[in-house]
Ligand binder design. Structure first.
Ligand SMILES: [Zn+2]
Length: 113
C-alpha cells in the first residue's frame, strides 16, 4: 500500500475558490474551477486528501456566508441594466451562489468534493 498523497488547501486568486491540490514540486498550479494559472502563495491547510476536502468545503461555506451581501447587491445592480444579455446572465448565476458555481464547473472539479 502506497502512503496517501499529501494535499494542501489552496485559494484561487481569480475566483477565490478554495480547493485541495496534491503537493507537487512545482509552485505553479491551475484553478480547478476557472482554470486560472498561478503561483503557490500560501496553503490554508495541509493533510490527507480527505482532510483537505473537508477543510475546503468548510472554507468555501464560510466564504459564501461572508460574501453573500456584497455579491447579492452587485447582482441586482448589474442585472437591472443587462437583462437581454443571456450569456452574461449565466455567468452571474454562477457567481451569485457557491452552489451554482460548483454545478457549472468543468467535470474535473467534481472529484475533489
Ligand atoms: Zn479560480
Amino acid at each position: 500500500m502506497a502512503p496517501p498523497q499529501p494535499c494542501r488547501v489552496l485559494r484561487c486568486c481569480s475566483c477565490r475558490l478554495f480547493q485541495a491540490h496534491q503537493v507537487k514540486k512545482s509552485v505553479k498550479w491551475t484553478c480547478k474551477a476557472c482554470g486560472e494559472k498561478q503561483s503557490f502563495l500560501r496553503a490554508y491547510g495541509e493533510g490527507s486528501g480527505a482532510d483537505c476536502r473537508r477543510h475546503v468545503q468548510k472554507l468555501n461555506l464560510l466564504q459564501g456566508q461572508v460574501s453573500e451581501l456584497p455579491l447579492r447587491s452587485l447582482e441586482e445592480t448589474v442585472s437591472a441594466g443587462e437583462e437581454e444579455n443571456v450569456g452574461h446572465q449565466q455567468r452571474q448565476g454562477a457567481e451569485g451562489s457557491w452552489e451554482g458555481a460548483m454545478e457549472s464547473c468543468p467535470a474535473g472539479y467534481s472529484h475533489i468534493l
